[in-house]
Write a protein that binds this ligand. Structure first.
Ligand code: BEZ
Length: 225
């Protein structure tokens, strides 16, 4: 290992990983000082955007604001972030309301010192050293990090996919199942692969379970989420 890599490996912050506790923080926001632990019991979509007063970010904020009622039904709160001041955030959300007619009701972190951005690895220096990329962290009610999505500066996120992802995670938690590619609520779900020969034999005989083979079994859920 060369010296640069050694220094990097030694001092680089450990980035968050799925299945681990979400890094805790306290930060100034448009709704006052907030701590991640204030959200305990709710799911959280923590998302970063590159900068206030930019067009793609504006479309995303409108998308998130419109999705907020659906997210509330999923016990999920939104928390935005960029490396801008709280005054810039206030001015931008007021502008979005005035020009686009959409009220931004979720808090936005003013991360001028890059503390939260660094903690979560939201800055991709290859893209920009001064802006956060379009990162999404899905945090559950126990404050565990459940999913991460990263988009580049030039591509606006698909908000429907974020909602779908939360529904899939909550469905997996509730029913102990997995969800296939492009799953939508109401679709059949996957029964996780069996861990023993006995379980492999049992599942193919279970009523309501459809198996293509012992490792690929699906079932319907009692109700669509
Ligand atoms: C935008 O939000 O429009 C944007 C921000 C940074 C780079 C490119 C586009």
């Amino acid at each position: 290992m060369d010296m640069d890599s050694l220094v990097e490996a030694t001092i680089a912050p450990r980035l968050p990983r799925i299945g681990e506790p979400a890094p805790q923080f306290e930060a100034p926001t448009t709704h006052g000082t907030l701590r991640l632990e204030d959200f305990q019991g709710s799911w959280v979509v923590l998302f970063s955007h590159p900068a206030d007063f930019t067009p793609v970010c504006t479309t995303e904020f409108i998308g998130f604001a419109k999705a907020q009622p659906k997210l509330k039904e999923l016990n999920t709160e939104l928390l935005g972030l960029s490396i801008d001041s709280v005054y810039s955030h206030i001015s931008w959300v007021r502008n979005v309301e005035e020009k686009m007619g959409i009220k931004i009701e979720f808090p936005v972190i003013a991360d001028l010192n890059k503390e939260v951005a660094s903690l979560y690895g939201m800055i991709m220096p290859g893209e920009s050293k001064t802006e956060t990329s379009r990162c999404v962290f899905i945090i559950d009610g126990d404050q565990m990090l459940r999913a991460m999505i990263y988009y580049p500066l030039t591509t606006g996120r698909n908000i429907d996919e974020i909602i779908r992802l939360i529904k899939a995670l909550q469905t997996s938690d509730e029913y102990g199942v997995a969800t296939p590619a492009n799953w939508q609520p109401g679709d059949r779900v996957i029964i996780p692969p069996p861990q023993t020969q006995e379980a492999a034999e049992e599942r193919v005989e279970t009523e309501g379970v459809e198996c293509k083979d012992w490792y690929f079994c699906t079932k319907e859920l009692p109700e669509a989420k």
